[in-house]
Design a protein around this ligand. Structure first.
Ligand SMILES: [Zn+2]
Length: 83
């Protein structure tokens, strides 16, 4: 259990989150990310939040972007030491 290796994997997962939730991430990367999310509750939480936000935004496309919510999610993400 190496904190450094875990940090590298977290950084990779964080870089991929946008494409992952967009469904544009290549299959090999999806596998890598999925495997990491299975062992890293912090990143799994971040991905769950990102996916949830995009779902809400799709349903409420007439509304302005909720910057406050975005900032709140960033704050929660910061708590998990992913970077
Ligand atoms: Zn992670």
């Amino acid at each position: 259990m190496s904190a450094h290796v875990r940090s590298e994997q977290c950084l990779h997962a964080q870089r991929c989150v946008q494409e992952y939730v967009d469904g544009t991430l290549v299959a090999e990367e999806v596998v890598v990310v999925d495997e990491h999310l299975a062992v890293c509750p912090c990143c799994a939480k971040c991905y769950g939040l990102e996916a949830g936000v995009r779902d809400v935004m799709r349903k409420a496309c007439d509304e302005p972007c909720p910057d406050g919510l975005r900032a709140e999610l960033r704050r929660i993400c910061d708590d998990c030491d992913c970077e």
